[in-house]
Design a binder for this molecule. Sequence first.
Ligand code: HQG
Length: 179
Amino acid sequence: MDDRRTVKVSKYVSKHLRHQPERIGLTLDPQGWVEIDDLLRAAAAHRFPFSRAELDHVVATNDKKRFAVDGTRIRASQGHTVEVDLELPEAEPPAYLYHGTVASALDSIRAEGLRPMGRHHVHLSPDRETATRVGARRGRPVVLSVDAGAMRAAGHVFRVSANGVWLADAVPPEFLRFQ
Ligand code: HQG
């Protein structure tokens, strides 16, 4: 399976496990899972056939481990816009987390902090390198530090996805460092 095909299948699966399952007649369970056989059938029926072996390859090699397989089921590990409850337990974050964004968002972020925008949570990275890559999707990246220790002490809840993305409901501006 070449890299282009892998990325194409990964994007297709992401789209339908995170954002638009109904587009191909899929229904996620409340925790976001679908039967792998149902996903394969639905994709084939909508003229995007891929094999179980190709899906396994995507799951195993995905750069960000976006998908989790549990027995006969698969789900996206994070990043949904459809309503799902991943039932991730609370976790204690490292003292600092990082968020990659772009300069044009800074005025608004200074005023209102980080908000989930289209997603369910604000996504935070455990290291600057990852945050830089996240910001670079939108332009020249700007990395903000998040005082996660102080946030937690103030009662904010953190969760961590199966692929190591830290999630918070919001980050008020007083916990952000802009440099
Ligand atoms: C910005 C990808 C104005 C925020 C990545 C970001 C990540 C604000 C954008 C994951 C704001 C939301 C998530 C405010 C936040 N005013 N702008 N108050 N608060 N923003 O894509 O964090 O490939 O929903 O800075 O690698 O960029 O999908 O979030 O620029 O892990 O697996 O609003 O998505 O992973 O954008 O990225 P997103 P994100 P996947």
